[in-house]
Design a protein around this ligand. Structure first.
Ligand SMILES: [Zn+2]
Length: 89
């Protein structure tokens, strides 16, 4: 990761009023697994997105906007747990 990106992340973390806790992450993981079961066979696109989200979770990249590096936000993740970007992006 570049130092600019890590600076951006640090700033974003400080500005985030509602960081995702370990408990949120565990709950969102269950939600992802549940949605994956529903999407499997019916919506391969969504199932693939969910698989990638679970991968991001394992790698510690989950919950961060892929475009601007700010937190995606818990309310958005509750609606779209496999979201890659924040509402602004
Ligand atoms: Zn963004």
């Amino acid at each position: 990761m570049s130092s600019a990106a890590s600076r951006r992340r640090r700033r974003a973390r400080l500005a985030d009023p509602l960081p995702i806790t370990a408990i949120d992450r565990r709950r969102l993981r269950m939600l992802l697994i549940e949605e994956h079961r529903r999407a499997a066979g019916r919506s391969p696109g969504v199932a693939g997105e969910i698989e990638e989200a679970l991968e991001r979770m394992l790698e510690g990249r989950y919950g961060w906007c892929e475009s601007c590096g700010t937190p995606i936000g818990l309310w958005r993740l509750n609606v779209v747990p496999y979201a890659r970007r924040c509402t602004t992006c």
